[in-house]
Design a protein around this ligand. Sequence first.
Ligand code: A3D
Length: 321
Amino acid sequence: MSRKKIAIIGGGQIGGVLTQLIAQKQLGDVVLFDIVQDMPQGKTLDIAEAARVDLFDVNIKGTNDYQDISGADIIIITAGLPRKPGMSRDDLLTTNAQIMKTVAENIKKFAPNSIAIIISNPLDAMVTLFTKVTGFPTNRVVGQAGILDSSRFATFIAWELGVSVKDINALVLGGHGDTMVPIVRYANVNGIPVMELLEKKYNDKTKAKEVMTALVERTKQAGGEVVKLLKTGSAFYSPSSSAIAMTEAIIYDEKRVLPVCAYLNGEYGVKGYFVGVPAVLGANGVEKIIEFALNEEEQSLLNNSVNAVKSLVVDMERLGF
Ligand code: A3D
């Protein structure tokens, strides 16, 4: 198998960690692009100089020239401003849409056959805009959000129950914003429903429900919690490692079932929008949307989240994108 070429657009916090992880895991050769002169070259040089120590052997190149992404198999887009304390992801819309438009035009020109993984916020709108500008088939465009949101939910459940996070399965659906929908009914510890364990722990159904509500709320606000603590910038390690899980699924054709921002064509009652749902990721990108029956409450929460995505897309179109 020849080595894959992975281009990262945006060499900031997330772009840097992505480069490091791809190198350490030897997933492919990396091109790190940024508009800031010299910075991606400096970052990649620093990482490349650790190759002898970490024992990885891939080519890593920093650039300000889009020509260098030519022939990339996978493009990961992180270009755009991150949040500052007090900001919502949607506050980034105008600035990041402008950036995404330029990025998408260049990817269309230089890497037209790539699979794009988008991380820039507001995520669902940026994925939509990228697809509109490039005209890429929707299986080759996917957004990273659900893996991170689900991992956050799993982490909080593990802390609450005092068990290993490795044994937690937790799924978050919907848009990557305050309306995201953690699916409580299917959250489990190696198959055992989390609610059952909470009820045992507290010996009180009402208390267990209150605890779960708090875990759900913390999950929904988790990005903001990190922003508030960091003061400059937003979470960068966990979004990077989540995008790496997607990259591995594509490179190794793993057919993993991962929650990602994918194009829906009627699934979950949604047509024509990118929303967070479980999907099969493999060599062809998003190979299948996995649909499962939601109960009335879950469907109504998902509809609410989809409406938030729709109104963000409308706002973006009003801005001329
Ligand atoms: P940051 O460290 O500021 O890096 C962004 C980089 O983009 C900077 O180096 C900029 O120079 C670069 N950039 C700006 N304009 C362009 C352009 N036109 N072309 C190429 N590069 C450009 O931010 P970050 O890495 O922390 O975050 C990047 C994005 O990811 C932000 O929009 C965040 O909001 C978003 N983010 C998403 C998640 C999700 O889970 C979806 C999580 C955390 C952050």
